[in-house]
Design a protein around this ligand. Sequence first.
Ligand code: ZN
Length: 134
Amino acid sequence: MKVTKVDHIGIAVNNMDEALAFYRDTLGIISTGTEVIEEQKVKVAFLPLGDTELELLESTAPDGPVAKFIEKRGEGIQHIALRVDNIEEALAELKEKDFKLIDQQPRYGAGNARIAFLHPKATGGILLELSERK
Ligand code: ZN
């Protein structure tokens, strides 16, 4: 498996418009757009920053994973995504090591990525996302 960089940091927010205003007006970080991922019940905004990105996540439903995260732990960093050059290869390698995965197969991620989450119980409490982008 080849991990090449921090692809993005996922941040759970209650109110996307307020969060975007904070990053824009206070820090001068501009979003390049938003996308709704129906399957994950989440609206995502991308804020490119150097060679990585912040990813703001607002739940679109009270039972979505981001809503549940905020309910339990409050707003804040929800996951860290690592860029891999080949996600199939990475998942195969992890399965071979009996690593605890949330996603057995890559699925669609915001920004046209192919992603898979690793289980926080196996990563020292961090929800890690593997992300492959062409
Ligand atoms: Zn992400």
